[in-house]
Design a protein around this ligand. Sequence first.
Ligand code: ZN
Length: 203
Amino acid sequence: MTIFCIGRNYPEHAKELNNPVPAEPVVFCKPPASILRDNKPFYYPAFSNEIHYEVEILLKIAKPGKSIKLENAHEYMSQIGLGIDFTARDIQQRCKEKGLPWEIAKGWDQSAVIGEWIDVQQIIDLKSISFSLIKNKEIVQRGNSSEMIFSFSKIIVYLSQYFKISTGDIIFTGTPSGVGPVIIGDLLEGFIEDRRMFWTEVR
Ligand code: ZN
């Protein structure tokens, strides 16, 4: 199972980190050991002093595919979820300055919070899913899939040019603006509409 992640998929988030709005999706992956499920606590890693939350809509892949056409992309979507792409922003900044890959800033153990799933058939409009992240009872990030630069379908088309996608693969589809740091003791809760999809306590 592969975890694909899309960077800079919301214009306001690209701006807040002084990145250009991309012409093509920015892609990276997280290894399987990055998964943190079942509302387990998140343990602040020793190698960073600046861990940021990034709440993101997740897309689970329904069946294997390669070089998928835009008109068929919806057939490859099975479920929608919500998660956090935890990022060591200090390490990422160093990687960016040197033009290096981001894996040590993004792909470390337990950096991928994954919550509950909703079947795509139960979602009225995939192009208008509103979601939010609440930190210690205050809203810190709010987004809607309508704001995405690259839609779910376009992401599937793009990824499948390069990678064979498989049943159960998960795509982190990018974060809206409002990313910020966590400290030990914080409680993070993710919502799609009014439904709580995950929570995790920082320890
Ligand atoms: Zn992200």
